[in-house]
Structures are given as C-alpha cells and as structure tokens.
Write a protein of this length. Sequence first.
Length: 342
Amino acid sequence: MDLQIALLLGQDGIVNGAIYGLMAVALVLVFSVTRIIFIPQGEFVAYGALTMAMMQAGKTPSTLWLLLAMAAVALVAELWRARSGQGGSWPATLLWCVGFPAVAAVLALGVKPSSLLLQSITALVLVMPMGPLLYRVAYRPVANASVLLLLIISVALHGVLVGLGLLFFGAEGSRTTPFSESKFDIADISISGQSLVVLGVALVLVISLFVFFERSMLGKALRATAINRVGARLMGIPTALAGDLSFALAALIGAISGLLIAPLTTVYYDTGFMVGLKGFVAAIIGGLASYPLALAGALLVGLLESFSTFWASAYKEVLVFAMIIPVLWWRSRNSRHVEEEE
C-alpha cells in the first residue's frame, strides 16, 4: 500500500462513515425517546433509493401503494383505540394517515416529477410518513412493554419490510442519477462531486439536528422524553407524539441516506439491512445514548471497512461486526445495572 491508495481508501471510508453516522444518529434518537432498538432503520434507506430509481425510470413508485395501505391500517387502528377510549391526538393522526399520503399521491400521480429536486422531495414525502405509521401500528399498543419485547417486534418488522421490499421493488438492483457529476483532482486523488454531496448533506443534517434539539420546543420536548418519560408526561409532554416525531425523523434520515448512496452503489431491496447494521455498530459504540460518540464510531466503522477491503476483503464484515465485542465487554464491566423505568 502506498500513500495514494491509503488516501483513496480513507476517502471511501469517510464517505461510508458519513452514511453510517446518519444511521447511528437515527438509531440513538429512536432508542433514547422510545426505548426501541429499531432494527428496520436500514429499510428506509432501500425504500428511499428504490423509490427514486423507479421515478427516474418513468414508473409510478410502488412505495405509494405501500404508504396508502399502511395509512389505512393505522387509521383503522386509531379508530379502534378511540372506540375503546384510548384514542390519541386526532390532528396528528390526520396528518400522518391522511395529510402526508394525500400529498404523496398528488406528487407521484399528478405532478409526476421529472427534475432531480422534485423527485427527491417526492421520495422523502413517500418514505418519511412510514416511520410514524409503523410506530402507531406496531409499537404504540405495547409502548410500555420491556425492551426485549420491543426488540422482538423490531426483528419481526424487519422481516416483513424486507419481504414487502422484494414484493414491491423486485429482486433487481438499481442506481440513480448522481446529484453532482463533477470530478476534482487534489494531490493526484480524484474526488467525485457525489462524495462531497454526501459529506455536505450529512454535515448539514447533523448541525440541523443539533440546532433542533437545542433551540426548538419540539426538540427540547424530545430531549425531556429521552431523559425521563414519566417526568415528561407529568410536565404535559405527549410522549406518544414524541414517538411519532422520533420515528418520522428516523425515516427521513434513512430516506435521505438512500438518496445519497444510490448513485454510488447498486441498491437492492435488502441492501439497507447491512447499512443499518453497521450504523447499529456505531450506535453501540456510543452506548445508544451519545450522538458524538455514535458519529465517531461511524467514522471508525467506515475506515475499518474500507481498509479491511484492501488487506482482508474476505473478512471485512467480520472485522466490522467484531468491533461490538470489546465495546460490549468494556461497557458490561464499567456500567451499573439500572432497573427499567415503568
């Protein structure tokens, strides 16, 4: 290995690490607010990328029909809960079950976007509502269950969403048009414009989330819910709506990640699982609680994966996932057990 190869591998690792960092931030956000280890986070990546690919191929995205079906199921579930006296906020219900699906249908069927910007917006509008709809159907009825039960539900949802991805998108992989086709040569290293787009968007998202949590009332409500759910409820914060919002942000981050990686690699219906799993490794490094540590862990995962491709390509996945073992061992030795909050 010479310096030029090392720089190329480092560039690739940083770009991959930016995507894993977004996955890790989404996982930490969902877990800190709802105590849910959201295994299907990667499916939003595949759905976002393949939705974009279908629009660029001139087809109506199959995600629209999936979104409408999920919205109908969620609306029926909310009506049933309201009948039994357990209904939630109807404005929020109408927003996720009626408002966003209606806008998505207008964009996908009426506008039929042809520009890259409108296609990206349409893909995000199609995928983002799936987060809160999944939360309302699968998690809200058992929101106070143990972390283990919530994890089992997440694993089951992952299997369902992968199967639906195969049904709606097929087994063929797809790529999309890059947001930038520029090339820059710096010190004999060629840097693609799409790589810079990935890094720039990831940086903007991280800064935006920081400002959101530090400056906005909604962000502060989410932070309060993450710190103490019972105390947040006593202060009048609707923790169920906090779950909606955290899942919406996670789905949005996943969809954006899918749009970013689709021009760089061929995306299949099950590609998101490996992306999400590596983001999970980074989130574990951050203890599923620290955003900065999760981002640092994601960068480490990206670099290790990149350099392992050169030195031991057959074992690169093993080396990446083996990082969990020393982290879990260290945390088990240095953290005290805390009874789960009721």
